[in-house]
Design a protein around this ligand. Sequence first.
Ligand SMILES: Cc1cc2nc3c(=O)[nH]c(=O)nc-3n(C[C@H](O)[C@H](O)[C@H](O)COP(=O)(O)O)c2cc1C
Ligand code: SF4
Ligand code: SF4
Length: 250
Amino acid sequence: MNGIFYFSSTGNSLYIAEKIKAELGGEIRYIPKFKGDVDYYDRIIIVSPIHSFGLPTLVDNFIANMKSAKPLYIVLNCGGMRANAPYFAYQLCKEKGLNIRSVQVVMMPEIYTLTFSQPKWATKMVLRKAPKRIKSVIATIRDDKEIIIPKPKKDKWTPKYLENRKNWHMLATHFSTTTDCNDCKKCIRICPVNNIKHENGRIVFGEKCVACLSCYHRCPEKAIVYLDKRKKDRYINPDILEKNIGADQF
Ligand SMILES: Cc1cc2nc3c(=O)[nH]c(=O)nc-3n(C[C@H](O)[C@H](O)[C@H](O)COP(=O)(O)O)c2cc1C
Ligand code: SF4
Ligand code: SF4
Protein backbone atom coordinates (compact mmCIF):
# COMPACT_ATOMS: atom_id res chain seq x y z
CA MET A 1 0.00 0.00 0.00
CA ASN A 2 1.12 3.57 -0.71
CA GLY A 3 1.76 5.89 2.23
CA ILE A 4 1.03 9.41 0.98
CA PHE A 5 2.58 11.78 3.53
CA TYR A 6 1.82 15.47 3.26
CA PHE A 7 2.32 18.85 4.88
CA SER A 8 -0.04 21.63 3.88
CA SER A 9 -1.07 25.05 5.14
CA THR A 10 -3.74 26.11 2.70
CA GLY A 11 -4.57 22.81 1.00
CA ASN A 12 -2.46 22.88 -2.18
CA SER A 13 -0.36 19.89 -1.10
CA LEU A 14 -3.45 18.13 0.23
CA TYR A 15 -5.11 18.60 -3.16
CA ILE A 16 -2.17 16.86 -4.85
CA ALA A 17 -2.13 14.11 -2.21
CA GLU A 18 -5.84 13.47 -2.81
CA LYS A 19 -5.27 13.23 -6.57
CA ILE A 20 -2.47 10.70 -5.99
CA LYS A 21 -4.69 8.64 -3.67
CA ALA A 22 -7.52 8.70 -6.23
CA GLU A 23 -5.22 7.35 -8.96
CA LEU A 24 -2.79 5.08 -7.11
CA GLY A 25 -4.61 4.24 -3.87
CA GLY A 26 -3.12 4.32 -0.38
CA GLU A 27 -3.46 6.20 2.87
CA ILE A 28 -3.01 9.95 3.30
CA ARG A 29 -1.05 10.81 6.45
CA TYR A 30 -0.41 14.31 7.88
CA ILE A 31 3.31 14.62 8.61
CA PRO A 32 3.18 16.71 11.83
CA LYS A 33 0.88 14.16 13.52
CA PHE A 34 2.44 10.95 12.20
CA LYS A 35 3.84 8.76 14.99
CA GLY A 36 4.02 5.40 13.16
CA ASP A 37 6.69 3.67 11.11
CA VAL A 38 6.90 4.73 7.44
CA ASP A 39 8.22 1.25 6.66
CA TYR A 40 4.68 -0.09 7.12
CA TYR A 41 3.98 1.15 3.58
CA ASP A 42 5.21 -0.48 0.35
CA ARG A 43 5.86 2.88 -1.32
CA ILE A 44 6.36 6.23 0.37
CA ILE A 45 5.14 9.38 -1.36
CA ILE A 46 5.83 12.78 0.24
CA VAL A 47 3.86 15.82 -0.91
CA SER A 48 5.15 19.16 0.34
CA PRO A 49 5.18 22.86 -0.44
CA ILE A 50 8.49 24.59 -1.09
CA HIS A 51 9.33 27.09 1.66
CA SER A 52 12.02 29.68 0.98
CA PHE A 53 13.67 27.74 -1.87
CA GLY A 54 13.80 24.49 0.11
CA LEU A 55 11.83 22.10 2.27
CA PRO A 56 9.60 23.31 5.11
CA THR A 57 11.22 22.68 8.50
CA LEU A 58 8.79 19.93 9.50
CA VAL A 59 9.23 18.05 6.21
CA ASP A 60 12.99 18.41 6.36
CA ASN A 61 12.96 16.94 9.90
CA PHE A 62 10.60 14.15 8.84
CA ILE A 63 12.86 13.05 5.97
CA ALA A 64 16.02 13.42 8.06
CA ASN A 65 14.57 10.99 10.64
CA MET A 66 13.24 8.43 8.15
CA LYS A 67 14.70 4.93 8.12
CA SER A 68 13.45 2.87 5.22
CA ALA A 69 14.61 1.15 2.06
CA LYS A 70 11.16 1.41 0.50
CA PRO A 71 10.88 3.38 -2.78
CA LEU A 72 10.43 7.05 -2.00
CA TYR A 73 8.85 9.65 -4.30
CA ILE A 74 8.73 13.36 -3.49
CA VAL A 75 6.23 15.77 -5.03
CA LEU A 76 6.95 19.43 -4.26
CA ASN A 77 4.70 22.35 -5.13
CA CYS A 78 5.35 26.05 -5.18
CA GLY A 79 4.29 29.41 -6.50
CA GLY A 80 6.83 29.33 -9.33
CA MET A 81 10.25 29.78 -7.67
CA ARG A 82 11.49 26.24 -7.16
CA ALA A 83 15.15 27.37 -7.09
CA ASN A 84 17.21 24.37 -5.91
CA ALA A 85 14.51 22.87 -3.70
CA PRO A 86 14.37 19.61 -5.73
CA TYR A 87 18.13 19.23 -5.35
CA PHE A 88 18.02 19.92 -1.57
CA ALA A 89 15.28 17.30 -1.18
CA TYR A 90 17.10 14.75 -3.37
CA GLN A 91 20.43 15.35 -1.67
CA LEU A 92 18.92 15.01 1.81
CA CYS A 93 17.41 11.64 0.83
CA LYS A 94 20.74 10.43 -0.59
CA GLU A 95 22.62 11.55 2.53
CA LYS A 96 20.17 9.63 4.70
CA GLY A 97 20.53 6.50 2.55
CA LEU A 98 16.90 6.55 1.44
CA ASN A 99 15.72 4.89 -1.76
CA ILE A 100 14.75 8.12 -3.52
CA ARG A 101 13.27 7.48 -6.97
CA SER A 102 12.13 10.95 -8.05
CA VAL A 103 11.57 14.54 -6.95
CA GLN A 104 8.96 16.34 -9.06
CA VAL A 105 7.49 19.84 -8.86
CA VAL A 106 3.98 21.17 -9.54
CA MET A 107 3.14 24.86 -9.74
CA MET A 108 0.28 25.87 -7.45
CA PRO A 109 -1.07 29.24 -6.23
CA GLU A 110 1.46 31.29 -4.26
CA ILE A 111 0.58 31.66 -0.57
CA TYR A 112 3.55 33.71 0.65
CA THR A 113 1.46 36.80 0.13
CA LEU A 114 2.12 38.74 3.35
CA THR A 115 3.32 41.82 1.51
CA PHE A 116 1.68 41.59 -1.92
CA SER A 117 -1.59 40.33 -3.41
CA GLN A 118 -1.81 37.65 -6.07
CA PRO A 119 -4.26 38.70 -8.82
CA LYS A 120 -7.35 36.46 -8.83
CA TRP A 121 -6.90 35.62 -12.52
CA ALA A 122 -3.39 34.31 -11.82
CA THR A 123 -4.65 32.02 -9.07
CA LYS A 124 -7.43 30.73 -11.31
CA MET A 125 -5.04 30.10 -14.21
CA VAL A 126 -2.61 28.13 -12.05
CA LEU A 127 -5.45 26.03 -10.61
CA ARG A 128 -6.75 25.33 -14.09
CA LYS A 129 -3.36 24.10 -15.32
CA ALA A 130 -2.46 22.03 -12.24
CA PRO A 131 -4.42 18.80 -13.03
CA LYS A 132 -2.51 18.17 -16.26
CA ARG A 133 0.86 18.49 -14.54
CA ILE A 134 -0.29 16.35 -11.60
CA LYS A 135 -1.36 13.66 -14.05
CA SER A 136 2.16 13.40 -15.47
CA VAL A 137 3.65 13.43 -11.95
CA ILE A 138 1.39 10.51 -11.00
CA ALA A 139 2.32 8.60 -14.17
CA THR A 140 6.02 8.91 -13.28
CA ILE A 141 5.33 7.49 -9.81
CA ARG A 142 3.11 4.73 -11.17
CA ASP A 143 5.79 3.66 -13.66
CA ASP A 144 8.51 3.96 -11.00
CA LYS A 145 10.52 6.12 -13.39
CA GLU A 146 13.80 7.18 -11.80
CA ILE A 147 14.69 10.89 -11.97
CA ILE A 148 18.17 11.86 -10.80
CA ILE A 149 18.50 15.50 -9.75
CA PRO A 150 22.04 16.70 -10.57
CA LYS A 151 24.00 19.13 -8.44
CA PRO A 152 23.26 22.67 -9.70
CA LYS A 153 26.20 24.30 -11.53
CA LYS A 154 25.72 27.68 -9.87
CA ASP A 155 24.29 27.66 -6.40
CA LYS A 156 23.21 31.10 -5.26
CA TRP A 157 20.19 29.60 -3.49
CA THR A 158 21.76 27.54 -0.72
CA PRO A 159 22.98 30.59 1.25
CA LYS A 160 19.55 32.27 0.90
CA TYR A 161 17.74 29.10 1.97
CA LEU A 162 19.97 28.59 5.00
CA GLU A 163 19.77 32.27 5.97
CA ASN A 164 15.98 32.35 5.72
CA ARG A 165 15.66 29.16 7.75
CA LYS A 166 17.49 30.85 10.63
CA ASN A 167 14.74 33.47 10.90
CA TRP A 168 11.54 31.52 10.29
CA HIS A 169 10.88 30.88 13.97
CA MET A 170 10.46 34.63 14.49
CA LEU A 171 7.91 35.24 11.72
CA ALA A 172 4.79 35.00 13.87
CA THR A 173 6.18 37.56 16.29
CA HIS A 174 5.26 40.05 13.54
CA PHE A 175 1.66 38.85 13.60
CA SER A 176 -1.04 40.55 15.62
CA THR A 177 -4.81 40.26 15.75
CA THR A 178 -7.30 42.98 14.93
CA THR A 179 -10.55 43.73 16.70
CA ASP A 180 -12.23 41.33 14.21
CA CYS A 181 -10.88 38.42 16.26
CA ASN A 182 -13.82 36.68 17.93
CA ASP A 183 -11.78 34.31 20.08
CA CYS A 184 -12.84 31.19 18.16
CA LYS A 185 -9.36 29.73 18.85
CA LYS A 186 -9.16 28.01 15.48
CA CYS A 187 -5.65 29.37 14.95
CA ILE A 188 -4.56 27.67 18.19
CA ARG A 189 -6.01 24.35 17.01
CA ILE A 190 -4.47 24.39 13.52
CA CYS A 191 -0.94 25.64 14.26
CA PRO A 192 1.27 22.59 13.58
CA VAL A 193 3.78 23.50 16.30
CA ASN A 194 1.49 24.84 19.06
CA ASN A 195 2.95 28.30 18.69
CA ILE A 196 -0.30 30.18 19.41
CA LYS A 197 -1.80 30.64 22.85
CA HIS A 198 -4.69 32.50 24.45
CA GLU A 199 -3.35 34.63 27.31
CA ASN A 200 -5.10 37.34 29.28
CA GLY A 201 -8.02 37.34 26.85
CA ARG A 202 -5.96 37.70 23.68
CA ILE A 203 -4.18 35.65 21.02
CA VAL A 204 -0.42 35.52 21.56
CA PHE A 205 2.20 34.24 19.08
CA GLY A 206 5.35 32.53 20.38
CA GLU A 207 8.83 32.10 18.95
CA LYS A 208 8.71 28.58 17.53
CA CYS A 209 6.83 29.42 14.33
CA VAL A 210 7.66 27.38 11.21
CA ALA A 211 6.31 30.13 8.91
CA CYS A 212 3.59 27.93 7.44
CA LEU A 213 1.01 30.77 7.30
CA SER A 214 -1.90 28.42 8.18
CA CYS A 215 -3.16 30.76 10.87
CA TYR A 216 -2.83 33.82 8.64
CA HIS A 217 -4.79 32.36 5.70
CA ARG A 218 -7.34 30.29 7.56
CA CYS A 219 -8.53 32.64 10.31
CA PRO A 220 -12.26 32.90 9.46
CA GLU A 221 -12.27 36.61 10.36
CA LYS A 222 -9.02 37.52 8.53
CA ALA A 223 -8.08 38.96 11.88
CA ILE A 224 -4.41 37.92 11.83
CA VAL A 225 -2.28 40.62 10.23
CA TYR A 226 1.42 40.86 9.41
CA LEU A 227 3.34 43.98 10.44
CA ASP A 228 -0.03 45.64 11.01
CA LYS A 229 -0.85 45.57 7.27
CA ARG A 230 -4.60 45.64 6.66
CA LYS A 231 -4.72 43.64 3.41
CA LYS A 232 -7.69 41.29 3.14
CA ASP A 233 -6.75 38.68 0.54
CA ARG A 234 -6.42 35.20 1.96
CA TYR A 235 -6.27 31.83 0.20
CA ILE A 236 -7.56 28.31 0.79
CA ASN A 237 -7.44 25.78 -2.05
CA PRO A 238 -10.99 25.73 -3.41
CA ASP A 239 -10.89 22.06 -4.46
CA ILE A 240 -10.43 20.44 -1.06
CA LEU A 241 -12.45 20.48 2.17
CA GLU A 242 -10.68 22.79 4.57
CA LYS A 243 -11.49 20.51 7.51
CA ASN A 244 -9.31 17.84 5.85
CA ILE A 245 -6.14 19.96 6.06
CA GLY A 246 -4.23 18.35 8.90
CA ALA A 247 -6.27 15.14 8.85
CA ASP A 248 -5.42 11.59 7.76
CA GLN A 249 -7.50 9.82 5.12
CA PHE A 250 -7.61 6.02 5.22
C1 LIG B 1 7.15 30.38 4.26
C2 LIG B 1 6.83 30.14 2.82
C3 LIG B 1 7.85 30.19 1.90
C4 LIG B 1 7.59 29.96 0.55
N1 LIG B 1 8.63 29.96 -0.32
C5 LIG B 1 8.41 29.71 -1.63
C6 LIG B 1 9.50 29.70 -2.55
O1 LIG B 1 10.68 29.79 -2.19
N2 LIG B 1 9.20 29.52 -3.85
C7 LIG B 1 7.92 29.39 -4.31
O2 LIG B 1 7.70 29.28 -5.51
N3 LIG B 1 6.86 29.35 -3.46
C8 LIG B 1 7.08 29.51 -2.13
N4 LIG B 1 6.02 29.49 -1.24
C9 LIG B 1 4.68 29.19 -1.76
C10 LIG B 1 4.23 27.75 -1.54
O3 LIG B 1 5.25 26.84 -1.83
C11 LIG B 1 3.01 27.39 -2.39
O4 LIG B 1 2.05 28.40 -2.35
C12 LIG B 1 2.42 26.04 -1.99
O5 LIG B 1 1.57 25.61 -3.02
C13 LIG B 1 1.64 26.06 -0.68
O6 LIG B 1 1.15 24.76 -0.43
P1 LIG B 1 0.22 24.38 0.82
O7 LIG B 1 -1.10 25.06 0.63
O8 LIG B 1 0.09 22.89 0.73
O9 LIG B 1 0.94 24.79 2.06
C14 LIG B 1 6.25 29.69 0.11
C15 LIG B 1 5.23 29.64 1.06
C16 LIG B 1 5.50 29.85 2.39
C17 LIG B 1 4.37 29.77 3.39
S1 SF4 C 1 -8.70 32.08 14.23
FE1 SF4 C 1 -8.88 34.30 13.98
S2 SF4 C 1 -10.82 34.82 14.96
FE2 SF4 C 1 -10.26 32.77 15.69
S3 SF4 C 1 -9.08 33.16 17.60
FE3 SF4 C 1 -7.60 33.04 15.95
S4 SF4 C 1 -7.31 35.17 15.31
FE4 SF4 C 1 -9.20 35.11 16.49
S1 SF4 D 1 2.10 30.60 14.22
FE1 SF4 D 1 0.91 30.54 12.31
S2 SF4 D 1 2.50 30.68 10.71
FE2 SF4 D 1 3.56 30.11 12.60
S3 SF4 D 1 3.63 27.87 12.61
FE3 SF4 D 1 1.77 28.45 13.73
S4 SF4 D 1 0.15 28.43 12.20
FE4 SF4 D 1 2.11 28.47 11.09
